[in-house]
Write a new protein. Structure first.
Length: 203
C-alpha cells in the first residue's frame, strides 16, 4: 500500500518527462532537419465542427524559408516559397498571386515548419500524449497573427501531424505519411514561373 503513492509519482514524472521531450523534439526538428518531404492529408473543420473539407498532396521543404505544398485532391493548387516570395497558383483559374516572404510568413505554421527561428516567434509548451503521438504546443508571441496556436505531433523523432487553430477558431489538421528527413530536395522544386497566359497578382 505504501508503494502506491510512489508509483503514482513515478508515472506522473515519466508522463511529464515525455511531454517535455516533445518540446525538445520540436526544437531539434527546427535545428537539425534542414530539408524533407512527405505526403499529407489536410482536414479543415468548421468552428461548429459540422463541416469538414479534406485535401491531400505532397509537402517538401528546405531551410531557410523554402517549401512547396502540391495539392492534388480534390483540386490542384500549388504553394511555393522560394526564399524571397510565396507564390499561390490555382490551376483551375490559371491565376497566380505572390507576396514577399517576410509579409507572408512571420509567425505562421509554414515559418515554423520551414523557417529558421522558433523561440523568437513562438511560446512553446508540452501537451499530453494523444493518438500515439507526443505533442508540443506553439503559440505565436505576436497577438495579431492569422492563427491562435499550433500543435505539432511527433512519433518518436518523426514529424507526424500538425493541428492549427486559426484566429476564428477553425481547425486545420495535417497528417504526414512517408516522411523523409534531411533527404535532398532539388532546388528547382522551389522555383515558380507563372504559366503563359496566367493572371498574376503581386501584393
Amino acid at each position: 500500500m505504501t508503494l502506491r503513492p510512489w508509483i503514482a509519482l513515478m508515472l506522473a514524472a515519466a508522463a511529464s518527462l515525455a511531454q517535455a521531450d516533445a518540446v525538445d523534439t520540436l526544437r531539434e526538428f527546427v535545428r537539425d532537419v534542414k530539408s524533407g518531404q512527405a505526403s499529407f492529408t489536410q482536414t479543415v473543420v468548421s468552428t461548429d465542427g459540422a463541416r469538414k473539407k479534406t485535401s491531400s498532396g505532397q509537402f517538401e521543404f528546405a531551410r531557410p524559408n523554402r517549401f512547396r505544398f502540391t495539392y492534388t485532391k480534390p483540386f490542384e493548387q500549388l504553394i511555393v516559397a522560394d526564399g524571397q516570395k510565396v507564390w499561390i497558383f490555382d490551376t483551375d483559374l490559371n491565376q497566380a498571386s505572390s507576396r514577399a516572404i517576410g509579409q507572408a510568413l512571420g509567425a505562421t505554421p509554414a515559418a515554423l515548419l520551414a523557417g529558421g527561428s522558433l523561440d523568437a516567434e513562438f511560446a512553446l509548451a508540452p501537451l499530453p500524449a494523444r493518438d500515439g503521438l507526443d505533442w508540443a504546443l506553439a503559440t505565436p508571441k505576436a497577438k495579431d497573427g492569422p492563427f491562435q496556436s499550433m500543435r505539432v505531433g511527433f512519433r518518436g523523432k518523426e514529424l507526424a501531424a500538425v493541428e492549427i487553430t486559426d484566429s476564428f477558431g477553425q481547425v486545420s489538421r495535417l497528417q504526414f505519411t512517408q516522411y523523409q528527413a534531411n533527404t535532398p530536395v532539388v532546388a528547382e522544386r522551389f522555383r515558380f514561373v507563372p504559366p503563359f497566359g496566367a493572371d498574376v497578382i503581386e501584393q
